[in-house]
Ligand binder design. Structure first.
Ligand code: IPM
Ligand code: MG
Length: 482
């Protein structure tokens, strides 16, 4: 038997983590899961030892060895210096796809959306989660939003492949590309490109505000939803909550080699140590893990016993509602109830059936086109008196010639020179756009000389961004009001 056991790494986490992990492992074991468990310590205790990532080298070694991580929620200490361990693990191992099924279990768990069955597929590494933030001036901080073509293609393809594999019919995508024309625009563009390769699946794009409103109002009209990281973070909580409870949703973080399985909720320290917490989110994450490691029979058994427990009204406090619920149980009572039902299938809720073993979804990226890149100019960001665009413009105009011309100055993206509106509120952070005077070709020495002139003129620049054309097409946004 031992030789067929699958090694996995387990972390008990913080807050309610240890209790819900114990419950989850108890159920897996009773269901006959063939696991060889390595336990690692992560989270609060490790942070408190002064390790800012919350994870030690030996734990990384375990994860590299087993390539499968069942993780309970952890608490990231508040305040500067500590990094989110979730994000670190996801990015270190390239766990690019975050799969979050959000399903209603009506009438046993109250919901306004009894037929809801949505899978959120969230990009897991990029977007505003890069954590690249800077304070640039007295008044202004910024966060860099990075969207990449390969990162987007991976997640979008994963969404379509997932839909095909699990017999889903529609893939929706939400972005805000009416505002973020380049970043969200790329996500949308790649979505449309990939969608055209899956004519068997319906596809649609919504602007995220109205898309989110529709998802919250009529989730039964959605099936698989593919989202950039931050929208996916927000909308997976919304979707899980309106399906019944964030406490019921599990999540799989999938990479090419390594995968991590977890609940979508946090460590809920206020509920810790009282045998109260609902282990269902982590348990359903573990069900995804069992499918992933080729023990689909165990996944089926556990999931069906869990459904049976839920429909019998054996509920933890968080989903207990008089009328729907029959018996209020704690964490361990719930685990015992699921164990007692192993081998049963639900009578009213649809039973699940996973293939015993299934190949992981593998993603091949399409061949890349190499664009011709040229530099047309530069945006120089400077710190300057919020109330004195005139003196700034004068100084910049003097620095521009003969290689450049000053095209515009914007403040928080709004054009204020030439020809700004007197009402526009300004801060001490100015974007000054210089375009090369001789066609497209701006040289590095011209750029350096421009910056040298600004320096000598006493105009402090805080950063620059190149204005590049790709196959002649501008790779930068225009100023609002330009
Ligand atoms: C999640 C969580 C994490 C995230 C936090 C804990 C870093 O909210 O898994 O959704 O933002 O991704
Ligand atoms: Mg979240």
């Amino acid at each position: 038997m031992t030789s067929t056991r699958t090694p996995i790494t387990v972390a008990y986490g913080d807050g309610i983590g240890p209790e819900i992990m114990a419950a989850t492992l108890q159920i897996l074991e009773a269901a006959g899961a063939a696991l060889d468990i390595e336990t690692i310590e992560i989270g609060e205790a490790v942070y408190k030892r002064g390790i800012s990532a919350g994870i030690e080298p030996s734990a990384w070694e375990s994860l590299r060895r087993t390539k499968v991580f069942l993780k309970a929620p952890i608490t990231t200490p508040e305040g500067g210096g500590f990094k989110s361990l979730n994000v670190t693990v996801r990015k270190t191992f390239g766990l690019f796809a975050n799969i979050r099924p959000c399903q209603a279990y009506a009438p046993f768990v109250s919901t306004q959306h009894p037929t809801m069955d949505v899978v959120i597929i969230r990009e897991n590494e990029e977007d505003l989660y890069g954590g690249i933030e800077h304070r640039q001036t007295e008044d202004v901080v910024q966060c860099l939003k990075l969207i990449t073509r390969p990162g987007t293609e991976r997640i979008v393809r994963y969404g379509f492949e997932y839909a095909r594999r699990y017999g889903r019919h529609k893939v929706s995508c939400f972005t805000k590309d009416n505002i973020m024309k380049l970043t969200d625009g790329l996500f949308h563009e790649v979505f449309d490109e990939v969608a055209s390769e899956y004519p068997d699946l319906e596809s649609e794009h919504w602007i995220v505000d109205i898309g989110a409103a529709k998802l919250a109002d009529t989730p039964e009209n959605f099936d698989v939803v593919v989202l950039p990281n931050l929208y996916g973070d927000i909308l997976s909580d919304v979707a899980a909550q309106i399906a019944g409870s964030v406490g019921l949703a599990g999540s799989a973080n999938i990479g090419q080699e390594v995968a991590m399985f977890e609940a979508i909720h946090g460590s809920a320290p206020r509920r810790a140590g009282q045998d109260l917490a609902n282990p269902s989110g982590l348990l359903l994450g573990a069900v995804q893990m069992m499918v992933h490691i080729g023990q689909g029979d165990v996944a089926t058994k556990v999931h069906n016993a869990w459904l049976r427990t839920i429909e019998e009204g054996i509920h933890t406090y968080d989903i207990f509602t008089p009328g729907h619920s029959r018996e209020k149980v704690g964490t361990s009572g719930f685990a015992d109830a699921v164990v007692a039902r192993l081998g049963e299938i639900p009578e009213i809720l649809p039973a699940v059936s996973y293939p015993i073993s299934s190949e992981p979804i593998r993603i091949e990226l399409s061949p890349r086109h190499q664009s011709r890149k040229s530099q047309a100019g530069i945006d120089v960001f400077v710190e300057w008196d919020p109330n004195d665009v005139e003196s700034l413009a004068k100084g910049l105009e003097e620095c521009a010639g003969p290689d450049f011309r000053l095209l515009m100055i914007t403040n928080r993206g709004q054009k204020v020179y030439p020809g700004g509106a007197p009402e526009t509120f300004c801060v001490d952070h100015w974007r000054c756009r210089f375009e090369g005077n001789d066609s497209d070709i701006v040289t590095t020495s011209e750029l350096v000389s421009l910056l040298g002139k600004l320096d000598r003129a006493g105009i402090p620049f805080i950063k620059t961004e190149g204005l590049f054309r790709f196959d002649g097409k501008p790779g930068y946004s225009l100023g609002q009001g330009q």
